[in-house]
Every structure is written in structure tokens, then in C-alpha cells.
Design a protein around this ligand. Structure first.
Ligand SMILES: NC(=O)c1ccc[n+]([C@@H]2O[C@H](COP(=O)([O-])OP(=O)(O)OC[C@H]3O[C@@H](n4cnc5c(N)ncnc54)[C@H](O)[C@@H]3O)[C@@H](O)[C@H]2O)c1
Length: 304
């Protein structure tokens, strides 16, 4: 049993992470700009406040840093940089001062640069896209996650052990309507159209992950054996996309032959496998997604 601070604990993902940790016997504290529903100790305020963050971290064994402006539609560039970068620095500085041993940072697959059209989205160079692929972030949110990972890595080098989870679009239950609305009419979808908290995302390939799986990945990152000073990163996704077309077909239609297919066997075995390489997460983190949301699309014209 450990004491874990979860930042962004009142948010869509935070709630799943908090409940998963509680279920597994951990003592959980939450920091967020608003109080959440869970019966845990709350620290309410801004994640860039050194005083608040120091109070929340004192005595914690680990920190799951999830609080952020979660996409380019939720804040302008200035706000994204302030919350995502200064917030991450503030949490790291306080965690180091408090002797926290493990930091789990909620990153994003947007670091690879293949998620939103705003900015200059560059096609991937090869598939499956693994940790060796260049980071091609171009929009403020994606850049904030690249730089956030750099901050985390710097503090890890100073003695903490840290993990960055590069998750794809999270298919929360609240997003089901948006996912279906996009699948019905992808050409005209300009979400959020049916009351979802944000647009159905996941980039051109419509990647997704179930929040129950993602919460488990956070716990696995907490428990993973690591030496002090180590920093590790993982791409995380469901085993299939939400796209109507198989992955290689879609990549070819969108980018011709420019994307090198390095391991066609992955897509022969599962035609809807994501762009991202999932073998590293399976081998090292012990994470293989158990859920996917393709069932939401059954019976829709493009999916029959
Ligand atoms: N939703 C996705 O598809 C997705 C995909 C990849 C990565 N992520 C990352 O997942 C994490 C969680 O996002 P989410 O989907 O739960 O979104 P969310 O907006 O529900 O959660 C973010 C939480 O951070 C809190 N927060 C924001 N600014 C804050 C501040 N200045 N001080 C204190 N708290 C603040 C919000 O109140 C909120 O509860 C984020 O780091 C996001 O970048 C999300």
C-alpha cells in the first residue's frame, strides 16, 4: 500500500485512476482546480501553485501527474503552456523536494505529431510507430507534452524514477455519442456535436483506448521495477482503431506509399491494429488493452 497523489483527480481520466488505485488498496489524494466526487483527501487549487502542490505531495510515495489542458480546443497556447509546462515543473520540483520515488506522467501520442490537423500535421514515417520514431509535434498541446516529457526526464536523471504514458484518445463513456456521430458522417463531423465534453479524437486513424485499461496502465507504471534515475515511455492504445478502413488501407489512401510498413505481419494478423507499436508496453509494462469500443459502431453503414 502506498500514498499516491493524483493531479487532475476530478477529471475524466483522474476519476478512473483514483478509483482503480483505491480498489487496489492505495491511499489516494487528489489535486484539482475543483473538488471531485470521490471520498479522498482533496487539495483544491491551481497545479502551478508551489505551496498547494507541496502540501498535497508531503508524505506521498508516488505522483500520477494527470492535470493538464487536455487538447488544443480547451485553452489557447499561452494557457496550455502555463498549465501543462509550469504545472509539470511545479509538481516535479515539489516531488523531488518531498523525496517522491516514482512519477507517472500522463503524456499523449500527440508527441508523435499525428493527431490534429491544426498546426502542420506530418504523416508518420513508418508503421508500427515505435519509440525510435522522431517526435513531430506541431501544435501547442502536443509540444507541451514533448516538453513535459523532457522535464520529467530531467528530474528522473536527478534521482527519481519516472514513466511517461503516451496514451491515444480516451474513449470515456461520455464520448460514446461523439464517436458514433463521427462514424455516421466522418466527412462532416465537427464535434462536439451531440453534447460530448470534446470532439471524438484519435487522429486520422481514429485511435482510442478505454479508460479502464488506461487506469490499469497507470497502476502498472507505479509498480514497475525501475532503478532510481530511470525514465521510460510507452505508447498505449486499444488493440484496434475505430476507423471504418483497415489501418494500411487508410494510411495508403491518406499518404500514398510514403509510410514505410516495417512489420506487415502486425496488420495481417489484425487489420485494424493501431499505428503505434504495442509490443514494448506488452513486454516491459505488462500492458495489453482488454477493451475496445468498436461495438459502438456495429450496424453503421461504413462498418457493416
Ligand atoms: N482525453 C484524451 O483523449 C487524452 C488523450 C491523451 C492524453 N490525455 C491527457 O490525459 C489527461 C487527463 O485528461 P482528461 O481527458 O481527463 O481531461 P479533463 O479535462 O477531464 O481532466 C483534466 C483535469 O485537470 C484539471 N486541471 C486543468 N487545469 C488545472 C489547473 N491549472 N490546476 C489544477 N487542475 C487543473 C481539470 O480541472 C481536470 O479535472 C491530461 O493530461 C491530458 O493531456 C487525454
Amino acid at each position: 500500500m502506498s500514498t499516491i497523489l493524483v493531479t487532475g483527480a476530478a477529471g475524466l481520466l483522474g476519476r478512473f485512476v483514483v478509483r482503480d488505485l483505491l480498489k487496489h488498496g492505495h491511499v489516494v489524494r487528489g489535486l484539482d482546480r475543483r473538488r471531485g466526487d470521490d471520498a479522498i483527501e482533496w487539495f483544491v487549487g491551481d497545479v502551478t501553485s508551489p505551496e498547494l502542490v507541496a502540501k498535497a505531495i508531503a508524505g506521498a510515495d508516488a505522483v500520477m501527474h494527470i492535470a493538464a489542458i487536455p487538447n488544443i480546443w480547451s485553452g489557447d497556447g499561452q494557457t496550455i503552456m502555463r498549465v501543462n509546462l509550469l504545472g509539470t515543473y511545479t509538481v516535479l520540483e515539489a516531488a523531488e523536494a518531498a523525496g517522491v520515488r516514482r512519477m507517472v506522467f500522463c503524456s499523449s501520442d500527440s508527441v508523435a505529431g499525428y493527431t490534429v490537423r491544426e498546426g502542420r500535421m506530418l504523416p508518420p514515417r513508418y508503421a508500427p510507430l515505435d519509440l525510435g520514431h522522431p517526435l513531430q509535434a506541431t501544435d501547442p498541446y502536443a509540444v507541451s507534452k514533448v516538453a513535459g516529457e523532457d522535464l520529467v526526464r530531467a528530474f528522473a536523471l536527478r534521482g527519481m524514477s519516472a514513466v511517461a504514458l503516451r496514451t491515444v484518445f480516451v474513449a470515456y463513456p461520455e464520448m460514446a455519442g461523439e464517436i458514433v456521430a463521427r462514424a455516421r458522417d466522418p466527412g462532416n463531423y465537427r464535434g462536439p456535436m451531440v453534447g460530448g465534453p470534446s470532439s471524438a479524437g484519435g487522429g486520422p486513424l481514429h485511435h482510442h483506448i478505454d479508460p479502464r485499461d488506461l487506469a490499469r496502465a497507470f497502476r502498472l507504471a507505479l509498480d514497475m521495477k525501475m532503478e532510481p534515475g530511470a525514465f521510460e515511455r510507452f505508447y498505449l492504445s486499444a488493440q484496434v482503431t475505430l476507423s471504418p478502413e483497415p489501418t494500411l488501407e487508410r494510411l495508403r489512401r491518406l499518404h500514398g506509399d510514403s509510410v514505410e510498413i516495417r512489420n506487415p505481419a502486425v496488420y495481417a494478423k489484425q487489420p485494424f491494429a493501431p499505428l503505434y507499436d504495442l509490443t514494448h508496453a506488452a513486454d516491459r509494462l505488462g500492458f495489453v488493452a482488454e477493451y475496445d469500443q468498436r461495438h459502438l459502431l456495429a450496424g453503421l453503414p461504413a462498418f457493416s
